[in-house]
Design a protein around this ligand. Sequence first.
Ligand code: HEC
Length: 186
Amino acid sequence: MRDRIIVAAAMLALAGPLILGPSLAAEPGDPIVAARQASMKEMAAAARAIAEMFDGKRAYEPAAFKAAADNLSARAGALTGEFPQGTLGAPSAAKPEIDQARPEFEALARHISRLADALADKAANPPPGITADMRMTGPPMDGGSLLGKRPGAAEVDPATMPPEHLLHLILQDCTSCHSKFRRKVE
Ligand code: HEC
């Protein structure tokens, strides 16, 4: 009898937080989720615009280049605040793991933000055409993505990197964060 009570109490303790505790999941139609998804789409459009200008798939326009870089920098800077508790998990694609790995998530957000700021600085006075010094000269290198980084690998100062190189590192950060913190949705 006593054992049954102890088991029942343990079950209740387990179930309690699920029933009574604050929900970590977003409600359908949560405006915070909608806003960050819209922000992500804008970031994607900005990154694509810059990538296509470098790849020659889209005409390079100094003003459009600058606008896309500014947009990327503003959106990346806002990332950290866009995933508060209570908005993670389905129906959002943001994994609940974000809450258990805040320092890592925020480090990724800071990393991409720093790169995007450097890109925006470079794009502040864009030349009329793409110059050779805007181009990446070798494979992207700063120790690779933040998550796959070798411990202690020196980080190259983003201010010294050409814009095309910065863009590639930014895209690596998108992928790093998504592979860890974004749920695949069909
Ligand atoms: C620090 C983590 C992080 C970084 C960096 C990041 N994302 Fe995301 N992204 C997410 C998460 C988490 C979601 C899921 C959001 C949701 O559904 O609530 C997402 C969703 C998206 C979506 C889908 C939006 C929708 O309509 O549902 C796109 C597109 C996207 N990201 C593009 C990008 C691009 C492009 C970059 C880089 C320039 C980037 N992301 C950088 C975490 C990140």
